[in-house]
Design a protein around this ligand. Structure first.
Ligand SMILES: Cc1cc2nc3c(=O)[nH]c(=O)nc-3n(C[C@H](O)[C@H](O)[C@H](O)COP(=O)(O)O)c2cc1C
Length: 372
């Protein structure tokens, strides 16, 4: 048997295979940021018995949103939409972890409710946010005060409480891709000189407090954390990623987490960059983090099998291939061809190229549609 299709105990859950759905923001929530029925259908289609899905990022605060259509978990009325997703996945025998995030400086005043986006420090940044006026340059951000940092940590805790009420199996802290938690951790974006910046220990404080907030609600064995130590999305950088992420991973051991989820250097955000480069998990995090590692970023079946065989990761998350192949685990298991994904339909839109991809051998829209 391949390792990819061997069982694995992740935290308190028994998984039947190691093909994980990577978090993917698809911007199809209701106008009030409640997950839509269409989203529940998306996850239902991709759930498999004993398989793990990690959801798109869900925001802890209204002012923590950077993309119109991304779901929230910042108000109680969002719980019902998430419950629909949790129920849909459970009906298929799957498990679902909600990714919990704050977009930090990757935002715009039209999305934050008029207040400047918040970040650890004011370091000029020229990214884009998605608002009612389409993709626009982000608004200038401001450095969070200590009181605001306390409120941010509290928002992670209350969001976790809502997630628990919605019935998801666990939560993943989004500490990747240049969003808020990541900007505290990395020194290119954290120039603070107080409790939350300066030394590596202080830069890691916000990550550890946010993790603790999630763990206090779910227990460590139902919480994961996501890192992208070599990611450049969000103009993020660190002068010594090995030291920074190595320290952070070691400190996370204290929580007995379900997993550490690591984006490999082969992708920058969603662009494939350096095929064949050594996976980051094997470079330094495997030795630091004592729990399971999920690797993500540019994997196909052979690459996934290779990293598992080598022992550098325990599970592998797939993003884009899951978008166009709802039955991805089954296709990988049986070596079936994969349907190509449609980048144009990634961010926002209708059910087109979102929930209309057939399972292998099924009809799509009444036509015989053979996977390419
Ligand atoms: C449309 C899209 C949306 C994404 N949204 C998120 C997100 O919400 N949170 C996150 O941590 N990563 C996000 N990612 C990154 C993916 O989780 C994954 O790391 C990346 O796509 C590389 O994996 P792949 O080569 O298997 O697609 C997104 C990627 C895509 C393509």
């Amino acid at each position: 048997m391949t390792r990819l299709f061997s069982p694995f105990k992740l935290g308190r859950y028994q998984l039947e295979h190691r093909v994980v759905h990577a978090p993917m923001t698809r911007l199809r929530s209701e106008p009030d940021d409640t997950p839509s029925a269409m989203m529940a259908e998306y996850y239902r289609q991709r759930a498999s018995a004993g398989g793990l899905l990690i959801t798109e990022s869900s925001h802890t605060m209204r002012s923590g949103r950077g993309y119109l259509g991304g779901p929230g978990i910042y108000e109680d009325h969002h719980i019902a939409g998430w419950k629909r997703i949790a129920d849909a996945v459970h009906e298929q025998g799957g498990k679902v972890f909600m990714q919990i995030a704050h977009d930090g400086r990757q935002s715009h005043v039209d999305m934050t409710g008029g207040i400047p986006p918040i970040a650890p420090s004011e370091v000029p940044y020229e990214g884009l946010a998605l608002t009612h006026n389409g993709w626009v340059p982000v608004s200038p951000h401001k450095a969070a005060t200590i009181d605001e940092i306390r409120a941010l940590v509290a928002s992670f805790r209350t969001s976790a409480e809502r997630a628990l009420a919605a019935g998801v199996d666990g939560v993943e802290l989004h500490s990747a891709n240049g969003y808020l938690v990541d900007t505290f951790l990395q020194d290119g974006t954290n120039r603070r000189t107080d409790l939350y910046g300066g030394s590596i220990e202080k830069r890691a404080r916000f990550l550890l407090e946010a993790t603790e907030a999630l763990v206090s609600v779910f227990g460590g064995d139902r919480v994961g954390v996501r890192f992208s130590p070599s990611g450049k999305w969000g103009a993020i950088s660190d002068s010594n990623p090995e030291a920074t992420f190595g320290y952070a991973a070691e400190r996370l051991n204290h929580f007995g987490l379900a997993y550490l989820h690591v984006i490999e250097p082969r992708v920058m955000g969603v662009e494939t960059l350096h095929e064949g480069q050594a996976p980051v998990a094997s470079v330094f995090l495997r030795n630091k983090f004592k729990g399971p590692i999920i690797a993500a970023g540019g994997f196909d079946k052979a690459g996934a099998e290779a990293i598992l065989q080598k022992g550098d990761a325990d599970l592998v998350a797939f993003g884009r291939w899951f978008a166009s192949n709802p039955d991805l685990p089954e296709r990988l298991r049986r070596d079936l061809p994969l349907a190509p994904y449609d980048r144009e339909a990634f961010w926002g839109g209708t059910d087109y190229h979102y929930i209309d991809y057939p399972r292998y051998g099924e009809q799509a829209n009444g036509e015989e549609k053979q996977a390419a």
